[in-house]
Every structure is written in structure tokens, then in C-alpha cells.
Write a protein that binds this ligand. Structure first.
Ligand code: HEM
Length: 127
């Protein structure tokens, strides 16, 4: 058996599909309650957005790949044109961090999640 098969993925360690689903629900509640972020989602179909974000994070955390949405650069290009910047990115990251602590995700696992989120920054900001 290789080392890889012995190690659990971040997706498994965080609690699988149910945990990701719960986190995405709480996360978007916080994002939409933030008046600096809500305007960007005014025309967004939030049911679809939940599904896409769950699929994206599942894949990003090493779970099954069912993500068929846009890549991060393409998905956020129009938003950058509308003024989305690093301050907004940091607020979104803060809501993700708060979501993980509310769900009592252990700090080491939360750290891994935040590192993955942070790694999308230059793409999300189209830098
Ligand atoms: C941790 C960084 C982020 C990740 C992983 C992420 C992930 C995603 C994903 C998976 C989608 C769906 C793409 C598609 O439509 O195919 C999306 C769309 C979207 N994201 Fe992000 N995002 C991030 C940061 C942000 C930030 C900082 C904002 C700022 C407001 C934002 C606002 C939006 C909006 C408004 C849409 C929907 C656009 C539409 O209505 O079509 N995202 N994002």
C-alpha cells in the first residue's frame, strides 16, 4: 500500500459531503448578510451557486470531482470589472474562517481549508 492510500483526504477529514454542504450554507448566509459583498450576488441564482460551490470545494479538498462550473479566473472576471478587490476577497475569507470555527472544525484542518481558499486569490482577483 502506498502512503497516499493511507492518508485521508481533507474532504474525508472535514466530514465529507454533509460537512461541506453545511459549511457552504452557513458561509453564504454570512456573505449575503455582509452589505459590502451582497451587491455582487444581486443577480446570482443562489440555489445554483450553492451547488457549484459545494462541488468546487469538494474537489478542492480532494473529494470526488463533479465540478463543471467555470474556472476561478473566468467566474470572477466580471466582478473585478465591477470593483471586486482584495478587501472583498479578505472579507469572504473571513466569513469562511468564521464558518469553520462555528462548525468546530479543528484548527489544523481549518488551516488547510484556508490555505486552499487563499491559493485561489490571484485567479479570483484576475491578477
Ligand atoms: C475563496 C475564494 C473563492 C472561491 C473558491 C469562489 C468560488 C466560486 C465558484 C465555484 C463560483 C461558480 C462559478 C460558475 O458560475 O461556474 C463562483 C461564482 C461567484 N463568486 Fe466566487 N469564489 C471566491 C471568491 C469570491 C469573492 C471574493 C467574491 C466577491 C464578492 C465572489 C463572488 C462571486 C459571485 C458574485 C459569483 C457568481 C457570479 C454569477 O452570478 O454568475 N467570489 N465563485
Amino acid at each position: 500500500m502506498t502512503q497516499k492510500t493511507l492518508e485521508k483526504t481533507l474532504f474525508e477529514r472535514i466530514g465529507g459531503e454533509e460537512a461541506v454542504s453545511a459549511a457552504v450554507d452557513i458561509f453564504y448566509r454570512k456573505v449575503l448578510a455582509d452589505e459590502t459583498l451582497a451587491p455582487f450576488f444581486e443577480t446570482t441564482d443562489m440555489v445554483e451557486q450553492h451547488k457549484k460551490q459545494k462541488a468546487f470545494l469538494t474537489f478542492a479538498f480532494g473529494g470526488p470531482n463533479n465540478y463543471s462550473g467555470k474556472d476561478m479566473r473566468e467566474a470572477h472576471k466580471g466582478l473585478v470589472d465591477r470593483g471586486m478587490n482584495e478587501t472583498h476577497f479578505n472579507s469572504v475569507a473571513g466569513h469562511l474562517q468564521d464558518t469553520l470555527s462555528e462548525l468546530n472544525v479543528p484548527s489544523q484542518v481549518a488551516g488547510e481549508v484556508m490555505a486552499i481558499a487563499g491559493s485561489t486569490k490571484s485567479d479570483v482577483l484576475n491578477q
